[in-house]
Ligand binder design. Structure first.
Ligand code: NMX
Ligand code: MLT
Length: 437
């Protein structure tokens, strides 16, 4: 069988998909999808069905499915890098974009495409070097990406004035690949500047994204698989979460992929979203410190959790706007931890908290979802493998989330989704709608 390239396969998928969207708009445009209530309008549009994404979908009880596949099916079905337990991240990108599991040869082709595009423009390093060492790594990450807007192929073609709307996806695809390929290098450059203070490493062209990231971070096996797992599980969580929605919204004005990704990272950097991975680690270490015992008992942790709740704080890593069961991304990382780092004393606390926090949150009675989300597990794995600067954890989340967001933006452009522009109302209008005199 002939192996086609990712771009060829994607082009075929786009052609086949377009009539479905056209038909929905043309023939079924007035069909009602959801009800807009006052609590949805005031309450952050929670649960309101008002976005389309075919890249992934989130079921409240089952968790995320990428292109219809559960995380475990994705991990089992994608080709694995040599001597690895985790698949190529580049294969995940192929799956998210096309809905198809690539062959080994097809993934290798994407690995090559990424490897060719890794080198950072010199000005990116200069910009990063200019930041004071107290800067949060997410500020540096977002700024470095924004600075690369000048590389955009989409902008070059669009502003020349002869790019047909049907072809918008093509230079967007090129921009996405060029950006995604560079993200591990930007991240490790930041890590090196802030924490290692040494000479940054150059990429190893023979390694895939996960393997090369481990190399850039000066890490041995199995950190390559830790990186692959991390980049795979955080990549997409349907379209309504803050980062994905921001990426989509900004790109809808035809801002390029660099601007859209930089913007989405600023949303990811909030403590209720991706920064929770940093918060969880800080919270765990504070807890261990305050309790005064390296391995607190379940009772000691239970008291600590209640003390936090009683002073009005949230328990980071628990709860979710959509999920109503344990996050499968948590479970996948938990299984990895049980297999590879079960002796880690901090992981033992994470494990104890898994037994305590849901029960406490249920009794507390506020959180709609008492179960752990992805962030309750991700940091402790990094900590175990020596990445202990927890301000950096959201950067790792960001590398991964960019993969899903770029896949979405490419499809947004392919299907001609318009500028996003919902209508706002005033409080007075709502009172009138409610019939309040
Ligand atoms: N600890 C304590 N209280 C909580 C928690 C929690 N983990 N989760 C929700 N609540 C409270 C919440 O603050 C709210 O209180 P109030 O009525 O006083 O405003 C109440 O429960 C109802 O909130 P929900 O409807 O259950 O949650 P919502 O959809 O508004 O928010 C989160 C979802 C994720 C923002 C929330 O659960 C939270 O703050 N969790 C901790 C932070 C966290 O782990 N964020 C990461 C999410 C995953 N990610 O990577 O983005
Ligand atoms: C995410 O991965 O984006 C988070 O779990 C938040 C969400 O889905 O709302």
């Amino acid at each position: 069988m002939m192996n086609s390239t990712l771009k060829q396969t994607l082009a075929q998928e786009i052609e086949a998909w377009r009539p479905r969207t056209k038909k929905l708009v043309k023939e079924y445009g007035d069909v009602v999808v959801d009800e807009v209530t006052i609590s949805k309008v005031i309450g952050g549009m929670r649960g309101l069905k008002s976005l389309v994404s075919d890249i992934s979908n989130l079921d409240p009880n089952e968790g995320i499915r990428y292109r219809g596949y559960s995380l475990q099916e994705v991990v089992d079905g994608l080709p694995k890098a040599p001597n690895s337990t985790m698949p190529y991240v580049e294969g995940l990108f192929y799956l998210l974009l096309t809905g198809k599991f690539p062959t080994k040869a097809e993934v290798e082709n994407v690995v090559d495409e990424f490897a060719k595009r890794r080198v950072l423009p010199r000005y990116v390093c200069e910009i990063l070097d200019a930041f004071p060492d107290y800067t949060h790594p997410m500020v540096m990450f977002s700024s470095a990406i924004l600075s690369m807007s000048k590389e955009s192929e989409f902008n070059r073609k669009y502003f020349k004035g002869n790019l047909h709307k049907n072809d918008f996806w093509d230079p967007t695809y090129e921009d996405a690949l060029s950006l995604l390929a560079k993200l591990p290098n930007i991240a490790s450059y930041i890590y090196n500047k802030l924490y290692l203070k040494g000479k940054p490493r150059f990429s190893d062209p023979n390694l895939d994204m996960g393997g090369n990231f481990a190399f850039l971070m000066h890490k041995q096996k199995p950190y390559d698989d830790v990186a692959r797992m991390h980049f795979i599980v955080h990549s997409d969580h349907e379209s309504g979460n803050v980062s994905a929605h921001t990426g989509h919204l900004v790109a809808s004005s035809l801002s390029d992929v660099y601007m859209s990704t930089s913007a989405m990272l600023n949303g990811l950097a909030g403590p209720l979203h991706g920064l929770a991975s940093q918060e969880v680690m800080k919270w765990l270490l504070d807890g261990i410190d305050i309790i005064g015992n390296d391995e607190p008992s379940e009772d000691e942790w239970r008291k600590f959790v209640w003390d936090k709740l009683n002073t009005g704080q949230v328990i980071p890593g628990y709860g979710h706007a959509v999920l109503r069961k344990t996050d499968p991304r948590y479970t996948l990382q938990r299984n990895f931890s049980k297999e590879f780092m079960s002796d880690d004393s901090i992981w033992k606390s994470v494990d104890k908290l898994y037994r305590i926090v849901p029960e406490v949150l249920k009794e507390h009675g506020k959180a709609k979802n008492p179960w752990p989300n992805v962030d309750a597990q991700s940091g402790v794995i990094q900590w175990h493998y020596g990445v202990r600067e927890f301000e950096f954890y959201t950067v790792l989340f960001g590398i991964s989330r960019a993969i899903g967001i770029c896949a979405n933006i490419i499809w947004d452009r392919a299907l001609g989704y318009p500028l996003e522009r919902p209508k706002s109302v005033t409080t007075e209008m709502l009172e009138k709608i409610a019939g309040i005199k």
